[in-house]
Ligand binder design. Structure first.
Ligand code: J2J
Length: 546
């Protein structure tokens, strides 16, 4: 496990030329984008959060965000962080998230996006795998002490030179607020074709894969998203989902909104009580939710005393959203539902605001770009007729050509001619819209949080009493899917119960959402004709009786 010197797989020259000629890639960087916006309207509010003392409101104008990102970049540079360095960023929905990200963009250092839910297992892996130079955390958040986590991470990651804490009480580490320094004279930043960051993949393998995105390709997906979602400088985007997730970051998300010169409001937590008050007080015009939250909001909206009339668009995506639920959104919330089927690897599909209303509730939209190539194929990679369900393969101007430093996995996850195998089963409608019908990848989609079965299985196998383990999805009325581990215990080993196994997994530093919701003990696994474990049969084998 070492930091690779080699670059990430990239687009062949002829594709890059085509995407530039078409105007998709414009040679702009994130640093340049923010500078331009700050120049155009310095005094407009760019960011609002509730991260002040006792949850008080704070604001950043475009000029302030620009200046503070510069000041932070200067201080980071003074600490030896520069072009190509990796920095694991694990911050909640606060303004510092955007300051940090833009500071790193300016330096050409790469944020590695972690989620607040991640723990020692995930974070130490990200740090070691990327050879990260720094790790940036909140002090305490959601009742959890990230300084204590950082102490453990530091002990296991020799490359880490700095832990920075976005809190007055940094414990044994340096407070992020100490890092801001008077901006130095102009330094040369990255170029638009350079990597901007490493995004986390949902994953279906033993260890998470990292997704290398460039300034050029990501900025194109933002411009495209803004056009489709009608984001302008009058838009107010509420960032409800964890800010580092690809959906709230880019569809159109906080970065899309800043690109348009609009306002990003960081939501401290997603409950209707908090979010509805903020929608009213801040005049929020659009936001994005995963299906379970969209359901909760839809239930709560008709009874709320808050005025939600500013809300124009609710994006829902990340997991299957039933047609019945989709039909209820617009009437309950008084806004337009926009379905989004996206992936951190690239391709994002949206229903259009002016699509036929039926398409808006029965499909997951169509691609952003005319240059997004979509193939729906059978198990032998042969195209299936329109209307038939098959595997979705895609390539295009903002879909990666390979994961970061994963040559063997890339052989499987991409076709020879560069199509990404999404692992999703879809059907195309005659209108060119996609309907997500299922999944071929070995993953659990727990209300939008992706869990790679193999990763959890490996942790279970590390227990002395576990002979074998398989983790599969089972239906959940609220989450859509939850995870169930089927475990065969070792003959003659110390018996162990479900509770003990769960706390064993927690003790290994696995994020809470990956801990199986249910663990069942079995004597054997069902097998397929060729003797492989049949996950399909497992999914139905132990379905809980109603
Ligand atoms: C069914 N499954 C969906 C949908 C994603 C916008 C929106 C979502 C993501 C995201 C994103 C789905 N219906 N509407 O990055 O920019 C499942 C598919 C897909 C996987 C990607 C964005 N929308 N999915 O969810 O990288 O299985 O991105 O391949 O987290 O989520 O997960 P992720």
């Amino acid at each position: 496990l070492t930091a690779p010197a080699g670059p990430a797989p990239t687009w062949p020259a002829e594709f890059a030329e085509r995407y530039r000629a078409a105007g998709w890639w414009r040679g702009q960087t994130f640093g340049g984008m923010l500078r331009e916006r700050a120049g155009a309207h310095p005094g407009r509010v760019a960011v609002v959060d509730f991260g002040g003392p006792d949850g008080s409101r704070r604001t950043w104008t475009y000029a302030e965000l620009d200046r503070r990102a510069d000041a932070l970049a200067t201080g980071l540079a003074a600490r030896g962080i520069g072009h190509g360095d990796k920095v694991v960023v694990q911050l909640p929905n606060v303004g510092e998230f955007l300051e940090v990200v833009f500071a790193l963009f300016r330096l050409g250092a790469l944020p590695v996006f972690a989620l607040p839910a991640h723990r020692l297992s995930e974070i130490s892996y990200f740090c070691r795998f990327t050879g990260a130079a720094a790790y940036i955390v909140p002090g305490e958040h959601g009742g959890y002490d990230y300084r204590a986590l950082a102490t453990q991470v530091l002990a296991s990651c020799p490359s880490l030179r700095h832990v920075l804490v976005a809190s007055d009480d940094a414990g044994p580490f340096e407070a992020l607020s100490e890092v801001y320094a008077r901006p130095a004279p102009r330094r040369t930043g990255p170029s638009a074709s350079d990597l901007a960051f490493l995004q986390l993949s949902g994953g279906s393998t033993g260890v998470p894969k990292l997704i290398p995105r460039t300034h050029d390709d990501y900025l194109y997906s933002l411009r495209g998203s803004n056009e489709i979602c009608a984001v302008t400088e009058d838009s107010v985007y509420l960032c409800v989902l964890p800010a580092a997730h690809n959906f709230p970051l880019s569809s159109p998300g906080s970065l899309g909104t800043l690109h348009a010169g609009g306002r990003v409001v960081m939501c401290p937590q997603p409950s209707p009580d908090t979010a509805f008050r903020i929608i009213q007080d801040e005049g929020v015009t659009l936001t994005g939710l995963v299906p379970p939250l969209a359901l909760v909001w839809t239930e709560a909206a008709p009874r709320t005393a808050y005025d939600l009339s500013s809300l124009q668009v609710l994006l829902v995506g990340g997991a299957t959203f039933s047609e019945e639920a989709a039909r209820r959104v617009a009437p309950a919330l008084g806004c337009t539902l926009q379905q989004v089927f996206g992936m951190a690897e690239g391709l994002v599909n949206y229903t259009r605001l002016d699509d036929d209303p039926e398409l808006r509730v029965t499909t997951q939209g169509r691609p952003i770009s005319p240059d997004d190539e979509i193939l729906v194929v059978d198990d032998e990679d042969r195209p299936v007729p329109v209307g038939t369900t098959g595997h979705l393969l895609t390539r295009g101007p903002y879909t990666i050509r390979g994961y970061w430093n994963a040559p063997e996995h890339n052989e499987r996850a991409f076709t020879e001619d560069g199509f990404y195998r999404t692992g999703d089963l879809v059907r195309l409608t005659p209108s060119g819209h996609l309907v997500v019908e299922g999944r071929a990848k070995d993953q659990i989609n727990r209300g939008g949080e992706k869990i790679a079965a193999e990763e959890v299985e490996n942790h279970l196998l590390a227990h002395a009493s576990v002979h074998d383990a398989n983790v599969v999805a089972e239906p959940d009325p609220y989450l859509g899917e939850r995870s169930c581990a089927h475990v065969i215990l070792r003959d003659g080993a110390e018996p162990v119960g479900a509770m003990a196994l769960k706390s064993f997994l927690r003790g290994r530093g696995l994020a809470a959402y990956k801990i199986p919701d249910r663990i069942v003990f079995v004597d054997a696994f069902p097998t397929t004709g060729v003797g492989k474990v049949s996950k399909k049969d497992l999914r139905t084998a132990a379905a809980p009786s109603a």
